[in-house]
Design a protein around this ligand. Structure first.
Ligand code: ARG
Length: 581
């Protein structure tokens, strides 16, 4: 185990047990990074009241144990432990301990990241695509953030079931199919094969809104479709397949690991719907209200104080978005036997999910041992806080956004690469990396302004800065004529920047683990930025290639470990790493 906070927590607990008695061995040692030492423990302050003892006295006893000769420290981790302020214990680690840990991290395949205990089965519901609709800017974050969550959970040893919950069902398909009949199957196929979903959708919508006869036919089509009418089903299938084709391309370009098998479409749940609502009715959770079947989970009331319904079956007998999500959560909990479901979806659906979870709890599907959570995605806006729109007021297509990122990345690296054949693939990785990292580097639930200038900057907490750091380390090895994969310890420190870098590197396991706690990839992004910054300082202050052999080898080992940590971290975030930049 390389995590210093974990090691110190254990040592402080042991000191508490020795000084105050075994019953205190479980206290939270409250280890925090410190401005005045490497870490501090705030445990004395939290125990003082219960023990009726001055906090400084408790702190002094803990500090003496930690650093003393009869020390609780069998690892040789602690150099000094001192009382400060009202009762903090400031702890400084031994240089040789840090160096030893870093060397063993370098020789560890998992880079010191422990496997989760116990491993779980987890559904991650992300991206949220819809048939016959192009992905727009708003889908980007739900896709990119979800992908990072999936990768981190799998790295920690969990079994992850990816689910895109493809919107392939619902009343809008009547309108789409009717439009397809109008323009003919052949023309439909051609238009959609070109990825012109938006135009197709808008044309259907326009007719539906202005032509009552069309709207009537569209409604009948829905009924036919749901009754299994052959022509309706065939046309629906065309829409689904062309949409899948398009999604595969976008996901491949963004390195999103959702496959056809993970689409988990809404229609998949259709056969379960009657049974699900019957169960909820039998349990008294669903009741008829104005002809519709609704659940009124407790705790949800509107502005007028009246309970808010979750619509399970419309008065015309049709099922909607909420019905499907209720069927999906039952299936995931009871058939797939998962103990955690993470929905990576926009903030505007928060109440919907909270109500679905409440129904699942009332129905007894979501029990104490399981967790359902809405990983809220905040809105991405244009500079100035406006909604992201094209000049004509349409939503910005995701593909247009990617193209723009890549074009701008090409501008940034233009001076360095004359040959477009070399430049183009690097620009693709830098542009996409910048766009994705922009989404990942801020808390997922906060709104965020799309500003390409900032995303593509080579300094600061950006994708290109981290990519550039890896390229720079590679070039050190190139100049030294060494292979980073062959670097090994021992590691020794002669400059403070080496120690500071090594101490940062030891934090990888904690950073990765923190992402999993509340599905927050920005915690890993912040960590990688700290690592890259510590490396920049190290690089400025510690010559590597020209140093004396023993020092050079130690610095190469630190550089190799930094490279592997950045590569692994960027892989977990789904950020491409260009060979050179
Ligand atoms: N397709 C939906 C939309 O575009 C998002 C689906 C999210 N997942 C879910 N289980 N409801 O809004």
């Amino acid at each position: 185990m390389t995590d210093p906070e974990e090691v110190l927590a254990r040592l402080v607990r042991r000191a508490l047990a020795a000084e105050l008695g075994e019953e205190h061995a479980d206290a939270d040692p409250l280890i925090r990074p410190s401005q005045f030492a490497d870490y501090q423990s705030n445990v004395a302050l939290s125990l003082a009241r219960a023990l009726h003892q001055p906090p400084r006295e408790i702190a002094a006893a803990v500090a003496a144990r930690l650093a003393g000769p009869a020390g609780a420290d069998d690892e040789g981790a602690v150099a000094t432990a001192e009382v400060s302020g009202p009762g903090f214990v400031n702890i400084t680690l031994r240089d040789d301990w840090i160096a030893r840990q870093a060397a063993s991290q370098l020789s560890d395949e998992r880079l010191g990241v422990p496997l989760a205990e116990p491993a779980q089965r987890i559904v991650v519901d992300y991206s949220g695509p819809n048939v016959a609709k192009e992905l727009h800017a708003g889908h980007l974050r739900a896709t990119v953030v979800g992908e990072a969550i999936v990768r981190v959970l799998e790295y920690l040893g969990h079994t992850v079931i990816r689910a895109a919950h493809l919107g392939d069902w619902g009343t809008q398909f009547g309108m789409l199919i009717e439009h397809a009949v109008d323009i003919g199957e052949h023309a439909t196929g051609e238009e959609l094969a070109d990825g012109e979903f938006t135009a197709f959708y808008q044309a259907a919508r326009a007719k539906f809104d202005c032509d009552p006869a069309f709207a009537d036919r569209a409604r009948q089509r829905v009924v036919q479709l749901q009754a299994g009418d052959e022509q309706a089903l065939r046309l629906w299938q065309v829409l689904v397949e062309d949409s899948m084709e398009y999604l595969r391309d976008v996901y491949a370009r963004l390195d999103i690991t959702l496959t056809d098998a993970d689409m988990d479409p809404e229609s998949f749940y259709n056969p379960m719907l009657p049974d699900v609502v019957a169960e909820l009715e039998a349990k008294g959770i669903a009741v008829i209200s104005d002809g519709a079947l609704c659940a009124f989970p407790s705790g949800f009331s509107g502005r007028d104080g009246r309970p808010v319904p979750l619509m399970l079956r419309k008065s015309d007998g049709g099922y909607g978005y909420a019905s499907t999500d209720v069927a999906a959560i039952r299936y995931r909990l009871t058939e797939l036997n998962t103990s955690r479901i993470i929905y990576v979806v926009g903030s505007e659906q928060h109440q919907h999910f909270e109500m679905v979870f409440a129904v699942a709890r009332e129905a007894g599907w979501l029990t104490e041992g399981a967790r359902a959570e809405h990983a809220v995605i905040g809105l991405m806006t244009a500079p100035g806080g406006q909604r992201l729109r094209t000049r004509s007021g349409d939503q910005i297509k995701l593909v247009a956004l990617i193209d723009e990122a890549v074009e701008r990345a090409e501008e940034v690296i233009k001076d360095r690469y004359d040959d477009p054949e070399v430049r183009q693939p690097i620009a693709e990785q830098v542009g996409i990396g910048a766009l994705k990292y922009g989404d990942l580097s801020v808390a997922r639930d906060s709104g965020y302004v799309l500003d390409f200038g900032r995303l593509l900057a080579l300094t600061g907490n950006t994708g290109p800065y981290l990519q550039y750091a890896t390229a720079r380390i590679r070039s050190i090895f190139h100049r030294a004529g060494r292979d980073p994969a062959a670097a090994t310890g021992p590691i020794t420190f002669t400059e403070p920047a080496e120690r500071a870098l090594a101490l940062r590197l030891l934090g990888l396991g904690r950073a990765v683990g923190d992402v999993a706690v509340a599905a927050e990839p920005h915690k890993l992004a912040s960590y990688l930025f700290e690592v890259a910054s510590a490396f920049t300082t190290f690089y400025e202050q510690c010559p590597v290639v020209t140093a004396k052999p023993a020092i050079r080898d130690s610095r190469l080992a630190l550089s190799a470990l930094t490279l592997r940590i950045l590569q692994t971290g960027l892989y977990l975030l789904g950020i491409p790493v260009p060979e050179r930049m």
